[in-house]
Design a protein around this ligand. Sequence first.
Ligand SMILES: Nc1ncnc2c1ncn2[C@@H]1O[C@H](COP(=O)(O)OP(=O)(O)OP(=O)(O)O)[C@@H](O)[C@H]1O
Ligand SMILES: [Mg+2]
Length: 222
Amino acid sequence: MIKLRGVSRTFGKGEERTEAVRGVDLDIEEGEFLTVMGPSGCGKSTLLSIVGMLDGEWKGEYHFFDRAVHELKPKHRLSLNREYVGFIFQQYHLIDSITVYENLEIPLSYRKVPPKERARRVGEILERFELQDKQRSYPGSLSGGVQQLVGVARAVVSQPRILLADEPTGNLHSAQAREIMELFQELHREGTTIMQVTHSDVNAAYGTRTVEMFDGGTLKRL
Ligand SMILES: Nc1ncnc2c1ncn2[C@@H]1O[C@H](COP(=O)(O)OP(=O)(O)OP(=O)(O)O)[C@@H](O)[C@H]1O
Ligand SMILES: [Mg+2]
């Protein structure tokens, strides 16, 4: 499904220059549940946004199914992201000027899901995440934990083929974290490909393969 070859990403120039990801080779089969671990600053989030087709300022080769992502124009890369990817950001990235309900509708509107079906799917996900009483709230008024739940709900509402999760339970208490991991396990069983970044061995144990990242480079199988 995913094949990266010699992928590198640098930020800044001169003395400020940081090579966040260097020469990464990575293959992900459809249906895998991959965990990426590694120390803070080693490039995990940077790698995830490349795989999620949110970033285009990298060098190397990236094949997604039969598509050469490194040859795509930003517009076409973004449409692949919208069609295939659900992304859970480390810092949530919810839109503060619209309600929780409207945030959850966005991925469905990108996929041109008709309004009636959209309302049904958002209703279902609000119920599943016990967020019904928060649907008219603006994200900025909610706690970090609730924002994280909304971020997870937004990523899964459109039933993406690949789910990319950056520390998805970092702000949740352990019972909520377990529920999220059980949801991932269920999605994985249903065929969703998952790549998660975590510092938690408990979360990693839900996956089928773990790699460790060092200084932006080598991925070592654990
Ligand atoms: N937008 C950016 N501009 C400049 N430097 C950046 C940017 N994003 C990341 N970096 C740098 O790239 C390196 C890798 O960052 P990244 O966020 O990918 O690490 P991480 O493994 O996700 O860390 P953490 O576990 O703390 O989330 C760091 O040195 C970071 O400072
Ligand atoms: Mg990170």
